[in-house]
Write a protein of this length. Sequence first.
Length: 256
Amino acid sequence: MSDCVEGKINENELNEIHCKLLNILKKFDAFCGENGLSYFIQSGTLLGAVREKGFIPWDDDADLVMKREDYIKLKSLFKGNGGEDYGLSLIITDRVPKIMAVKDDTVHADIFLLDYMPKSRLAGRIKIFRLKFLQGMLKSKEKIDYSAYSFFGRLAVFATRCAGAFFTKKYLLARYEKVSCTKRKKQGSEVSFTNELFRFMDRKFPADFFGEIIRIPFEDTELNAPSNWDGYLKFNYGEDYMTPKQENYFAEENKI
């Protein structure tokens, strides 16, 4: 979930953003339904659906989740121009794929990928460490505000950025996807979003949070949501998730 900075986006601009995002979500929902793909809304988009019956007033993006198998099918369909009839584009220029409207890149919906964690706790730690290291290497292609990190965090970012400078972004993204898919056949009882933000990479969830999909009201339509949305929201935001907060809204990290 991305919060709007006060004074930067006014109410009229937010209304326009929400209108565009809703159009993307409706088209994506229809596309997935037509092609037998499973997805669900998550993070601030799911929280908004439960608490506001739509967008959180200050939220300016949308968050989707797909299981790895469904995302692989999605990529294949879009390679064959499958999204054109729905006016959608799939943009893969970073670790987080984005769904946008054709000819409009002003707003987008992020797709977070759900992968099983290995049965072995050690294997899970190693997998997340490798993904974090690759995220740091990918930062060699970005401008970094080091003031946002602790002293040791700055050292880690600097070191991984230096390592990443020797590789192309295309190569690093391919490696990131390959590592994300490791140990898929040795599934445990927990899952994680393997392309999450660095600070959330240690989070893991019980797999049964996302076992079944239900329809949930969102603005003037319905979208897919995990059946155990209450458990997920409490896990992610705490017992008081129904209380609106613009900062410090995440529960303490549930680490591997």
